[in-house]
Design a protein around this ligand. Structure first.
Ligand SMILES: C[S@@+](CC[C@H](N)C(=O)[O-])C[C@H]1O[C@@H](n2cnc3c(N)ncnc32)[C@H](O)[C@@H]1O
Length: 240
């Protein structure tokens, strides 16, 4: 059986509800330049890394666990002629050694679960950047609070509380790069089109029923409440 996300994110350039333009904006907020060393935790297919290395000439080390995404990332880096600037390490980012104050910027976009949650991610990454360096975390937040009784919070909090967690980690907020409805719709629609095409091409696959159920549940949740209630943003913090 193919891994669900390998099918669902087949067509995503960036595997989060954002855009290349917003990632370039993030790079400016992080003060990236040709001398910068950037760690990208759970880098996926290297979508953000490709944009940042191309625009700012920085060096990026991406850590990614899924072999499918590692292979795609390495191919894209080679095709873009950026092998001298981006390196991908395959493995569990949680186990990746983080030497103190060794990075100019550390990113974790859409993957704070690697360190359990946002607080765990900040506790892991803030010590790894130099004073004056930056941590950027892409994280969901609830747009409305309290939530309707039938909606579970899933560990996410409103934006103000998310920012308070970043400040508690010793980071001053220097940037907020939020997903628009268009970013969300594009991100979700790319899942739907890839999954529908895969299901049409693999109707008798033993996992087709399970994949359809998961796909339809995710789509229905998005349409019925997530699109309205769930935000996503990259929060950029500067370490003093
Ligand atoms: C939502 S995607 C985001 C990918 C990338 N940051 C981007 O914005 O395009 C989450 C990524 O986390 C990766 N991942 C999940 N657990 C991981 C772990 N323990 N170590 C490294 N990568 C992990 C997944 O394979 C997936 O590529």
């Amino acid at each position: 059986m193919p891994w669900y996300y390998a099918v669902a994110e087949r067509d995503h350039d960036i595997q989060d509800p954002t855009s290349a333009e917003k990632i370039r904006h993030l790079g400016r907020l992080l003060r990236l330049g040709p001398g910068s060393r950037v760690l990208d935790v759970a880098c996926g297919k290297a979508g953000p890394a490709l944009v940042l290395a191309e625009e700012f000439g920085c060096s990026i080390l991406g850590v990614e666990r899924a072999p499918e995404f590692v292979a795609a990332a390495r191919e894209r880096i080679e095709d873009a002629g950026l092998s001298d600037r981006i390196e991908i390490v395959e493995g569990d980012a949680r186990a990746f050694p983080l030497d103190p104050e060794s990075w100019d910027a550390a990113l974790c976009l859409g993957a704070s679960f690697v360190f359990d949650d946002l607080e765990g991610t900040l506790a892991a990454l803030a010590p790894a950047v130099r004073p004056g360096g930056h941590v950027a975390v892409g994280e969901p937040y609830w747009r409305e609070w309290p939530l309707p009784r039938e909606v579970e919070d899933e560990g996410w909090v409103p934006m103000k509380e998310t920012v308070a967690r970043i400040e508690s980690a010793g980071l001053a907020l220097v940037g907020l790069v939020a997903a628009s409805d268009d970013d969300w719709d594009r991100y979700e629609s790319l899942h739907w089109s890839a999954l529908e095409e895969w299901l049409a091409e693999n109707p008798v696959d033993p996992d087709a029923i399970a994949i359809r159920e998961r796909h339809e549940q995710a789509r229905d949740d998005y349409l019925s409440f997530r699109r309205r209630l769930l935000g996503w943003a990259i929060f950029a913090g500067r370490k003093s």
